[in-house]
Design a binder for this molecule. Sequence first.
Ligand SMILES: Nc1nc2c([nH]c(=O)n2[C@H]2C[C@H](O)[C@@H](COP(=O)(O)OP(=O)(O)OP(=O)(O)O)O2)c(=O)[nH]1
Length: 312
Amino acid sequence: MTDTAVYAAGGVVWRLVDGKLHVLVVHRTAYADLTLPKGKVEPGESLAETAAREIFEETGIRVALGVPVGVSKYRLPSKRQKIVHYWSAEASDDAIRASTFVPNKEIAAVEWLTPRKALARLSYPVDIEILENFLAFVDDGILATFPIVVLRHGKAVAREDWSGPDAERPLTDRGRRQAKAAVGPLRAFGVRKVISSDAVRCADTVAPLAKALRTQVRTTAALSQDAWEAGTSDPRSVIGKRIRARKPVVLCSHGPVLPDILSELALATGTLRGSYLGSASALETGAFSVVHLSATNPGSGIVAIETHDPKV
Ligand SMILES: Nc1nc2c([nH]c(=O)n2[C@H]2C[C@H](O)[C@@H](COP(=O)(O)OP(=O)(O)OP(=O)(O)O)O2)c(=O)[nH]1
């Protein structure tokens, strides 16, 4: 078959060396070319997980993903189309110190280059375009970012099939599968803190993530549907605190509450409101939107939003 595309993902990995921006390129052993780190999606994996895994496998550096910086498309020698999704990713000093890279049959060497040198030396025009997209963010003053992820709880038992209090309505089997499936992609974005509506269907959606992170779910009525229906929900206080903390976080809430959460995020960061806020908050169960904010200046507005649907 030549008509099915091959999907892959990777990153523009960056660091500051004496205040000067450098990006990471890989010298591939078999092709003797110079590319951005990337690789093919494995079965059951989301593109974000692929990007973080491939960056680690090819460079030995563990990263959390930053903003999406584009999608490249090219024809393989076999004539199949290749589609590669890229994110920016900061290489922290700790991650560089812990690098496990040794030359191998895939990658002969990794090299930190200034953007100018990387643009001149990358082997493929599609990689140059991706690097240019990343540099456009840099020109706008955006480099380090952190995500506030807004997640809709997994599929829950229907209201009419549940006789107990609504806040105790449980997840269905599918909802539990969605909760498990969200762990990998949320970790790829570096989420470390887990905040949830105190409804069972929300807390149970992020329970597998909290377990994987060896942390606790912090539950709050401020993000709950009961409070929203009573007019006492308070996403503003949660959002304000998370923006001041500037750390990757997930907020798990309910369909009707999500538009308020997104709108508070826009207000708290001085972002012009647009239709994209509507699509970012109209999530199916188990889906999430990643809102990327500048770590140095979150008040400069939302840098990027991406929405991920569950794989189950
Ligand atoms: N990376 C890359 N390879 C290209 C491009 N154009 C092009 O003809 N090639 C050639 C180089 C190789 O002979 C062949 C496959 O390279 P590849 O990087 O897409 O695929 P791969 O399976 O070796 O690697 P990976 O995706 O698992 O990292 O395609 C291009 O724009 N980028």
